[in-house]
Ligand binder design. Sequence first.
Ligand code: SAM
Length: 296
Amino acid sequence: MAPASFELIASLVLRETSIIYEPRKEYLVEARLHPLSVQAGCSSIDEYVQLVMRNPVERQKSIDALTINETSWFRDNAPYQAFTETMLPALLAARADRRRLSIWSAACSSGQEAYSIAMLLDQHLPPGWTVDILATDVSTAMLSRVQNARYSQVEMNRGMPATSLVKYFNRAGTEWEVVPSLRSLVRTRHLNLAEPFPMIGTFDLVLLRNVLIYFDQPTRHGILRRIHPHVASDGYLLLGSSETTLDLPADLNAMWDREQIGRVQAHRPATQAASTIAVPRPHPHIASGSLTGARP
Ligand SMILES: C[S@@+](CC[C@H](N)C(=O)[O-])C[C@H]1O[C@@H](n2cnc3c(N)ncnc32)[C@H](O)[C@@H]1O
């Protein structure tokens, strides 16, 4: 692709998602845009880029194609183990009066993260508790995938234990579809982490995993600053296993405590910061699914 086309696309993606495409990633951009270009009847990628610049539908498609959606079930395992063994028992004790948990999968990709958590809650939440799992992403294509909740055999092979496959999926042609009882726990919303957040309330657990790596440092810091009031004062923030917060400026550093849970480092709103930073009240319209304990 021509350098000018690459520049146009790279600036578009940066502007819309804050994802950085460095020079020399032309081959990647070209590979991802090629199918869209053919579909749109363009004779070259450069022609397609011109189309993207004037057509909002193609613009969204190209942004969707250029977000990296790599994910898997129970990705890295350790965070999910830390959740069931440590975080969930602590939250069950802390929320015993209202018996409700809320979880946010920020940058949810095709939904494996949100549904993995939903499966664990199905197995470990006592009867009578309700749970709300919000799955957000900048890619509308990914949000549709979460709503459709259908996965190919290749995707199922990436981390889905056989027992959970049998329990939580129905066959749908060549794909596997998440059972309705789990789907009802997960709602989706379009949310660009690089922009000011809408009123989404506070969450007991926020999964912000494997997305900060795509941003530059000011964007990463901005997100960690803005996400702070959305983590309950006794809640948890989980980052990806290769994502650290070692480079935070002092004021942002003071906002977060780190807690080592098994092989996972969880971030928690610092006790001192929590008392001085205004925490928005939970949004009254948050829908919740209910669980009645483990399925038979
Ligand atoms: C590599 S996937 C990670 C998925 C999942 N969190 C995991 O760890 O398996 C990164 C996701 O971040 C999303 N993303 C990229 N930029 C974003 C932004 N500015 N706001 C929200 N989501 C974004 C992408 O669309 C993609 O689905």
